[in-house]
Design a protein around this ligand. Sequence first.
Ligand code: NDP
Length: 267
Amino acid sequence: MNDSPNTGQSVLVTGGARGIGAATTRLLAESGFNVLIGDVRSDEGERLAEELGDRTAYCHLDVTNTESWVSAVATAERLFGRVDGLFNNAGILGLGSVMECKPEVFRKILDVNLVGIFLGIRAVVPALRRAKGGVIVNTSSIAGLQGYANLAAYVTSKWGIRGLTKAAALDLARDRIRVVSIHPGPIHTPMTRNFPAGVAAGQPLPRFGEPIEVARMVRFLFSEASYSTGCEFVIDGGATAGAVLELEPELPGMAVTSIAATLPART
Ligand code: NDP
């Protein structure tokens, strides 16, 4: 059960049965939001909704299916009276280089990760218009900010989400609908359970993030980021901040102290 005051805001979270989606569902519910969990994992989704009480519900949602989307949005409006937000979080990972990734696998990953978000935006906008505005948060990745080897389809899908976010933000601003993308680095979830720990070792913050750290950003975007649309929010421990050049400060003529020596004396 949940004792925090109800904000009256209602949000649909895709891929909400586990990982980042589950952590976000939990945090939003604890913060007074109504949340409809949409996922293909019915057992886990129903269990989470039951645990969190009457502020949350579960519905089966396959983000690649238009009818499934229509039904999910209708369920959210019926249960909560309105829809104010959509967290387009469902996604799948597939390893493989450009030459290894079979066309059918490439299409499948784009279908879930990118077309799923396109369908979700189209399905939810009429409800957001009825609510006189709203927020759509799309989950990209640091793989939507830079390229990665052996992740051809995933990288392509995540860059596509970044572009779609900007296009939708421009198209929907007049409806008072904000659209933003988030870009997590490596986060401890079932998706990354087989990743070696070393994946995060070279980052400024050399650890995996936790799902709650992404959830806090998403809550901020739904509740406080009133002047942000069409832009990117990065939660990556500094992974994409830049490279560290291993240059010695003593390189001849390069140190800031030797440059200072060439400046005219101040009078
Ligand atoms: P998880 O695999 O832990 O959870 C994703 C959920 O989405 C699963 O329940 C999954 O079901 C579900 N899902 C898959 N396909 C569909 C579909 N067609 N319709 C509805 N639900 C579906 O992933 P994470 O929590 O780690 O990731 C969430 C999002 O964050 C993804 O978009 C991912 O790409 C992104 N991300 C994750 C990072 C990480 O390090 N974990 C880093 C950067 C971005 P099933 O398990 O059956 O596939």
